[in-house]
Design a binder for this molecule. Sequence first.
Ligand SMILES: NC(=O)c1ccc[n+]([C@@H]2O[C@H](COP(=O)([O-])OP(=O)(O)OC[C@H]3O[C@@H](n4cnc5c(N)ncnc54)[C@H](OP(=O)(O)O)[C@@H]3O)[C@@H](O)[C@H]2O)c1
Length: 304
Amino acid sequence: MSLKILQYGASGQLARELVRQAPGHAVELTALSRAEADLSDPEAAARHVRAARPDLVILAAAYTAVDQAESEPGLAHEINGEAPAAIAAACAAAGAALVHISTDYVFDGRKGAPYVEADPTNPLSVYGASKLSGERMALAACPRSLVLRTSWVVSAHGKNFVKTMLRLAREGQPLRVVDDQFGRPTAAADLAAFVLAQAPRLARAEAGDPAFGLFHFANAGETSWREFAQAVLEMAMNGEAPRVDPIATADRPAPARRPARGTLDTGKLERTFDWRPRPWREPLAEILVELARPTLSSNGAPVA
Ligand SMILES: NC(=O)c1ccc[n+]([C@@H]2O[C@H](COP(=O)([O-])OP(=O)(O)OC[C@H]3O[C@@H](n4cnc5c(N)ncnc54)[C@H](OP(=O)(O)O)[C@@H]3O)[C@@H](O)[C@H]2O)c1
């Protein structure tokens, strides 16, 4: 019998990868769009768990507009804090396990070394604080929760750094990218593959199993945003890549402060799940191949 998964989020980077990969696993995955389950109404959103009685719930939707959150703190906390709490409580009541996604922005980036799960948190932004409250409330409300903090998520879908850099280069715009923020890029595809691979174990495992709790997930290798941008262009443009100039964070003021070095240590996840994250250049190459492919219309013809 296939495993029943209820997923919040249908159109985000991670949500789309989960939907795309699910057919390769013995799971029956239902993805709820924002129209079907709006997380700004946590109790109404959580009712879907009671109705669907899934084996596993994946919370792949979130308020991810980091700068905008500074002017919408109430909404960010509702979606990123209260909704995970309500969904986690519904999971506990319905006997479902929960996978919830959090962020490196729960840290202030001043440690001077990669962060392990037990390190003290100190979010610098409303977004980071809202995600921290969500991960805490999820773990408290549902003992069968796996909370995965991840960082710098990229894919061929939606809005993300890789696509922005390619667009700016195509438009011939000068490329100036911050060189004093460091982290680990993460392919949504690799995160989705990990979650789906663990689904059977999570659905079976009882509270107290080492698979539950807080873990860090990211592709291997630390980089700066500038170095990452340069790698994107060099891999995509074969020797014709424009140069990406370094700037400091202070040269590009933004409403939300970001950790200077939020690099995640993934050792706990590697040991617990016997999982080796790929170096970030490997999934990046796959994303670039996907982006270079012509989009096909429903009748299979390339879309102009
Ligand atoms: N992106 C990153 O760099 C990054 C880094 C660290 C952690 N994370 C975490 O990773 C997870 C997945 O991120 P992602 O990059 O896949 O996100 P994303 O591409 O920005 O997508 C966010 C999704 O959440 C949905 N959403 C927003 N507000 C909602 C609401 N009120 N009700 C229901 N759905 C709502 C959006 O729906 P619409 O399409 O309708 O707007 C969208 O599908 C999130 O928990 C995020 O916090 C992301």
